[in-house]
Design a protein around this ligand. Structure first.
Ligand code: G1P
Length: 299
């Protein structure tokens, strides 16, 4: 029996340069999809999966992120006075219990593996932990990490990464899996490569930013091995698990993933999440239809 996954690491130290100038003063994770910041989607997903402790690996200039999870008595008083119960409930979703959230600084941008390693002292030596990359936003009936936790419990331990098929020409932007055998959604991973040069990818099954990791992965990160791009890669530390004979699974989740680390992905997510809101759907759809009509008339 594997131990329950109750802690999640959120690596949020990146500078978000692709979104400059917005990210000059606003952390990327606070950028808004419809009406909630990226990080709220990640937190909601973690909570649905049973996560109780939230570890943020941050950097300079991420103060707004810390403030976001604070209680706000003035706002609360105002909403209460006006009887705005629905907004009150929305506000409460941003609250964290005291002690449920921790912030660790990554002092140097040495890579995703290094960011995760920065949280090592907050994890027990025997507990598996989750990692969520908030840039990867996943729309799903059952939240992606919850799907993974359920599958992980059934498989009884090891490590698991979310996986998705990508077009071959895009594979070099991802961690890519080599695998064998397929049981339902899970595949047994036999190798993993971070950002393989075009044409060398072992498959078109790419790693997406949700992980459930065995405690040994943290030990592998202790080696501080430099990988793709000269960075300490999480992919490499997970691949080490395979060479040490422990199980690693790829989990093909049900849902649609948006790459909110890119502008096009962020805009697609905005439209998709907008269309999923009953109060916005009609107006937004009318606008999209209008755009499509103008486009086809111009062709
Ligand atoms: C990171 C991981 C990569 C993974 C990707 C998913 O890369 O290193 O293995 O496929 O997230 O979004 P990044 O996008 O930070 O370059």
């Amino acid at each position: 029996m594997s131990r329950k996954v109750t802690k999640a690491i959120f690596p949020v130290a990146g500078l978000g340069t692709r979104f400059l100038p917005a990210t000059k003063s606003v952390p990327k994770e606070i950028m808004t999809l419809v009406d909630q910041p990226l990080i709220q989607y990640a937190i909601d997903e973690a909570r649905a999966a049973g996560i109780k402790e939230f570890i943020f690996v941050t950097s300079r200039g991420k103060g707004a992120l810390e403030d976001y999870f604070d209680h706000s008595p003035v706002l609360e008083q105002e909403l209460r006075k006006k009887g705005k119960d629905d907004l009150m409930a929305t506000l409460k979703r941003t609250y964290m219990d005291s002690g449920a959230i921790a912030y660790i600084r990554q002092h140097k941008a040495l890579g995703l593996g290094h960011a995760v390693w920065c949280a090592r002292r907050l994890l027990g030596p025997k507990e598996p932990f989750a990692v969520i990359l908030p840039d990867d936003v996943i729309a799903a009936e059952k939240p992606c990490l919850q799907q993974m936790v359920e599958a992980y419990e059934e498989l009884g331990g090891g490590s698991m990464v979310a996986a998705m098929e990508v077009p071959p020409e895009k594979a070099s932007s991802y961690g890519v899996l080599d695998y064998e055998g397929e049981t339902n959604e899970s595949v047994k991973v036999t190798g993993m490569v971070e950002k393989p040069p075009a044409g060398t990818e072992p498959s078109n099954l790419a790693v997406i930013g949700r992980y459930i990791l065995a405690p040994e992965v943290m030990k592998n990160l202790n080696k501080k091995k430099e990988g793709a791009g000269g960075e300490i890669q999480l992919t490499d530390a997970i691949a080490d698990e395979i060479s040490e004979g422990r199980n690693v699974y790829g989990y093909r989740f049900a849902g649609q993933r948006f790459d909110c680390g890119s502008k096009a992905g962020f805009l697609q997510a905005t439209i998709s999440f907008g269309l999923s809101r009953p109060e916005l759907r009609e107006e937004l759809q009318d606008y999209l239809d209008e755009l499509a009509a103008v486009r086809s008339a111009a062709q």
